[in-house]
Design a protein around this ligand. Structure first.
Ligand SMILES: [Fe+2]
Ligand SMILES: [Fe+2]
Length: 183
């Protein structure tokens, strides 16, 4: 089965799992994408925003080892790399690092995080040091990762009007060469 069919089926099967306290994984993904759409971003970045937590869905499916803490960002980026460019996979791979970066570079940012995000920050290695900040900024896509992170943090709103799932599937089809029929 092609990766895009897998993606569709994964969100249909696991998208209703809860994300934090308020929204489901699918709602969170659509909301994060919607924020990128509203700011006029291109399809690849919108796709990155939608797909950023796909690694969580793999954990939910039992497709990944549950004893690895976190790393859903690496898992997701690796999984997607066979069909999508780095413009999609890099912001995804870096979206947890971007939280550590923002905590170091924007003092008020930490207070804005949800309880779940504050908790996971510790497990993910904590606030970046000055050296880690410099290292992070060497990545040519770091600003996209930071932007994705900001949308990610905001994409937990109850009842936000969002792009629908079918439109996202069409968008994903547009930016990959993998044969896929939306049905
Ligand atoms: Fe995430
Ligand atoms: Fe997220």
């Amino acid at each position: 089965m092609q990766i895009l069919e897998d993606i569709k089926n994964l969100y249909l099967a696991q998208g209703s799992t809860r994300y934090g306290e308020n929204v489901t994984q699918l709602e969170h993904a659509l909301q994060t994408a919607q924020l990128a759409i509203e700011d006029g971003y291109d399809d690849e970045f919108i796709a990155a925003c939608f797909l950023h937590d796909i690694g969580h869905l793999h954990y939910a499916e039992g497709l990944a080892q549950k004893n690895i803490d976190g790393e859903h960002e690496e898992l997701g980026a690796k999984y997607l790399s066979s069909a999508f460019s780095e413009n999609v996979t890099e912001p995804i791979r870096l979206h947890v690092a971007a939280k550590r970066y923002l905590c170091a570079t924007e003092p008020e940012y930490h207070d804005t995080l949800s309880k779940a995000s504050k908790h996971s920050l510790k497990l993910q290695g904590g606030v970046y040091t000055a050296e880690e900040v410099q290292e992070f900024e060497k990545n040519s896509l770091f600003e996209k990762a930071v932007k994705l992170r900001i949308y990610d943090d905001r994409g937990k709103i109850l009842d936000l009007k969002v792009i629908n799932f079918d439109e996202i599937l069409v968008l994903l089809k547009k930016i990959t060469n993998t044969p896929f029929t939306v049905s």
